[in-house]
Write a protein that binds this ligand. Structure first.
Ligand code: ADP
Ligand code: MG
Length: 250
């Protein structure tokens, strides 16, 4: 094929990916394409494979079959270097993201200094600038346990974007937070979208997914059962299983 549509290489292409744990198939032929500046929300029941998919993209797990392409390179090739791939992808999990024995600023600058060999002074200037943007510069020298859960998650997100990753993966980043702290973290994600960050996020926050995601993927038993703009997936789902899932959400 040729033509304008082929020119833009997607940031992420997941192509018929399979992954089992022992004899349990968890990903069963996942396809997903994410373009630059796009925010894609992964929704689906607990246990449907969302976290496993994110871990496969980040090479924390290796695929059994299929391919994962990051800006046109096959990172699922067994010879791909996991550390090198992870240096190009930012990731934030549900909890325990920050190293408790390092200051917030050291947490935020660590990868930049160690993996990307940015001089400490440069990394700290950038780290302080980003922390300032989220109102946390006064906490830079504190240990994480002095921060609220919402502040910790925002610092973890700042850490993940410090190195300008090609792709940011967010796995239920608000699920462990007290309800009153969820908003500040979602606001930061919204800001990142506005600044053009390419994001794949597993989330239970359907309102947020509808509001912020460009496309929503409904994951069901290790497959992408439905993938489209939020209006389609939420308001006019094609698949009965999507409707059933959404009907169970309060
Ligand atoms: P989700 O994030 O959608 O809740 P997960 O990807 O965490 O789903 O899990 C999907 C399934 O894979 C679950 O049944 C889970 O128990 C199983 N699973 C995930 N990780 C492992 C693992 N390391 N070993 C064995 N089973 C796993
Ligand atoms: Mg999960």
């Amino acid at each position: 094929m040729s033509g304008a549509a082929d020119v833009a290489v997607p940031v992420l292409r997941v192509d018929d990916v399979y992954k089992s744990f022992g004899s349990v198939p968890v990903l069963r032929g996942i396809d997903l394409v994410v373009h630059q500046h796009e925010v894609v929300a992964l929704i689906g029941a607990s246990g449907s494979g969302k976290s496993t998919l994110l871990r496969v993209i980040n090479l924390l797990e290796r695929v059994d079959d299929g391919q994962v392409w990051l800006t046109g390179r096959d990172i699922s090739d067994p010879r791909a270097n996991g550390d090198a791939v992870r240096a190009r992808i930012g990731v934030v999990f549900q909890q325990f993201n920050l190293f408790p024995h390092l200051s917030v600023l050291d947490n935020v600058t660590l990868a930049s200094r160690i993996v990307h060999r940015v001089p400490r002074r440069t990394a700290e200037a950038r780290g302080l600038e980003l922390l300032d943007q989220i109102g946390l510069s006064a906490k830079a020298r504190d240990f994480p346990d002095r921060l609220s859960g919402g502040q910790q998650q925002r610092a973890a997100i700042v850490r993940a974007i410090m190195t300008d990753p090609e792709l940011l993966l967010l796995d239920e980043v608000t699920s462990a937070l007290d309800p009153e702290l969820v908003g500040e973290v979602l606001d930061l994600v919204r800001q990142l979208k506005q600044s053009g960050t390419t994001i794949v996020m597993a989330t239970h926050e359907m309102g947020f997914a509808r509001d912020v995601a460009d496309r929503v993927a409904f994951i069901d038993a290790g497959r992408v059962l439905e993938f489209g703009p939020p209006e389609q997936v939420f308001d006019a789902p094609r698949e009965p299983r999507t409707r059933a899932f959404l009907a169970r959400i309060p």
